[in-house]
Design a protein around this ligand. Structure first.
Ligand code: ADP
Ligand code: MG
Length: 454
């Protein structure tokens, strides 16, 4: 693998080599200047090279692989797509299709998405007509191949989007099976938010002399979050967790064990917090549903174990609670990175019992976060003197105190924050955050309604 960067960072789409008709269409769509990952990868992809791209969520990876694909792609015959984009989820598949449709139309190319959970009818019809760019979730595509509806032999441009997430969700074996069926002379492009071992395995096996482009920080930016460490008695954990969720909004609460996650979810419910649970003993379907309810705001807290959390890619998480301490600094970083994604900020709260104190001090040194341990403020005090939230006894919910005083329930002033180590004004390359005339996208910052499953 080699690195090549030929374009100047301020080059226009035309200067990157994007054909005029596509530049024009991009302009109409309000996309006037390339984001960094696009500047980095488009010239190489247009030149036919295999590309491995790493960039954070929301940095514009879809067009980074989509523009060169549209520019280079031949027309497909029925059932034999020439371009393939593998996506881990239906939502993302649809998103990609929508984003690429205008460009495809300009070049009289067709783009269609196939995924499970819906009927075959429309998908079969499209394949019969011929799909140039097939956006596909691995499972459904395999199904369609088994039915003789798709033949990947003519695929000359193959993309795996969100390769790390594919790996997290256990799709790699299927992805390999699919890539094995594509044309041997294909161009292969991988995009990912992180580059781990598994992505490396894909690269080694399927890419030739790939050029790697990385944009933005490799690890979650810990300075973007407000870190808080609260000394607490074990018996107070649940009520404080309920309080934190209510104060901050959409929260992910990390527990050490599956059993513990179930228990905390049950207990939080008694405090009137709507919860979902994600851990290894739940089926993929249960996890998907829990994630969906959370993304849609139907639940406020997602209770998760570490392993299961690897598959959680959601923007707009306001708060991460380390209900049980993380295994180590890596786990702290990984868990905490569920918030403050895509340019937003977030709060990270660690519960520290006296047994955890020593390890937590060590952890703070390792991650370079220096902040005071907050005292276990009596919960009543946190609540502006209002009575603490009581668990609902019985189903009526009558015992619950929702009258949370003048503060409107937002109590953020629980003493020492993280000593100003957040928001240190660093610029973040790779986080393109503005959009042209149409203003389809305002900013990655504070845009909580943009929570998207990724
Ligand atoms: P990623 O795949 O890296 O998470 P997306 O490709 O989904 O990011 O892009 C995020 C958003 O940014 C989309 O709404 C997309 O339309 C927009 N976008 C992409 N490239 C540009 C650009 N060059 N200028 C303005 N907006 C862009
Ligand atoms: Mg993407």
């Amino acid at each position: 693998m080699s690195n090549s960067s030929t374009s100047s960072p301020n080059a226009t789409f035309a200067e990157l080599g994007v054909p005029d008709d596509l530049v024009e269409r991009l302009n109409i769509e309000g996309i006037t200047s390339p984001f960094p990952i696009q500047s980095a990868t488009i010239p190489d992809a247009l030149a036919g090279r295999d590309v491995l791209g790493r960039a954070p969520t929301g940095s514009g990876k879809t067009l980074a692989f989509g523009i060169p694909m549209v520019a280079r792609l031949d027309k497909a015959r029925p059932h034999k797509p020439t371009g393939l984009i593998l996506s881990p989820t239906r939502e993302l598949a649809e998103q990609i299709r929508r984003e690429l449709e205008p460009l495809a139309e300009t070049r009289k190319r067709s783009v269609h998405a196939v995924y499970g959970g819906v009927g075959f009818g429309a998908q079969l019809k499209a394949l019969q007509r011929g799909v140039d760019m097939l956006v596909a979730c691995p499972g459904r595509l395999l199904d369609l191949i088994d039915q003789g509806q798709v033949d990947l032999d003519q695929v000359t441009y193959a993309v795996v989007d969100e390769a790390d997430r594919m790996a997290d969700m256990g799709f790699l074996p299927v992805v390999k099976q699919l890539l094995d069926q594509t044309n041997k002379k294909r161009q292969t492009v991988f995009f990912s938010a992180t580059l781990g071992k598994e992505v490396q395995v894909l690269t080694d096996r399927y890419q030739r002399n790939a050029v790697t482009h990385e944009v933005g920080e490799a690890k979650p930016d810990m300075t973007r979050m407000t870190h808080r460490f609260i000394r607490i008695d074990r018996t107070e954990k649940v009520s404080l967790a309920a309080h934190e969720v209510r104060s901050h909004g959409q929260s992910i609460v990390f527990c050490r064990t599956r059993h513990g996650s179930d228990r905390v979810a049950r207990q939080l419910k008694k405090y009137g917090v709507k919860t979902g649970v994600i851990h290894g003993r739940r089926t993929q379907n249960q996890r998907d549903n829990a994630l969906k309810a959370f993304v849609e705001g139907k639940t406020q807290a997602l209770i998760a174990t570490d392993v299961a959390a690897r598959g959680i890619h959601v923007d707009g998480v306001d708060c991460v609670v380390h209900f049980d301490p993380p295994e180590d600094d890596k786990a702290y970083t990984h868990r905490s990175g569920r918030t403050a994604r895509a340019g937003a900020s977030g709060v990270v709260v660690s519960f520290v019992t006296s047994e955890d104190l020593k390890d937590t001090k060590k952890l703070q040194r390792q991650i370079g976060v220096k902040c005071e341990f907050e005292d276990p403020t009596p919960v009543a005090e946190q609540n502006h003197g209002e009575p603490i939230i009581q668990p609902n006894e019985g189903k009526g919910g009558g015992g619950q105190n929702r009258n949370r005083g003048k503060g409107g329930g937002k109590n953020k002033n629980r003493g020492a924050k993280s000593g100003g180590q957040n928001r240190n004004g660093q610029s973040r390359s790779g986080q393109g955050q503005s959009k042209g005339p149409k203003g389809k996208r305002s900013s990655g910052n504070q845009n909580k309604s943009r929570s998207r499953t990724r």
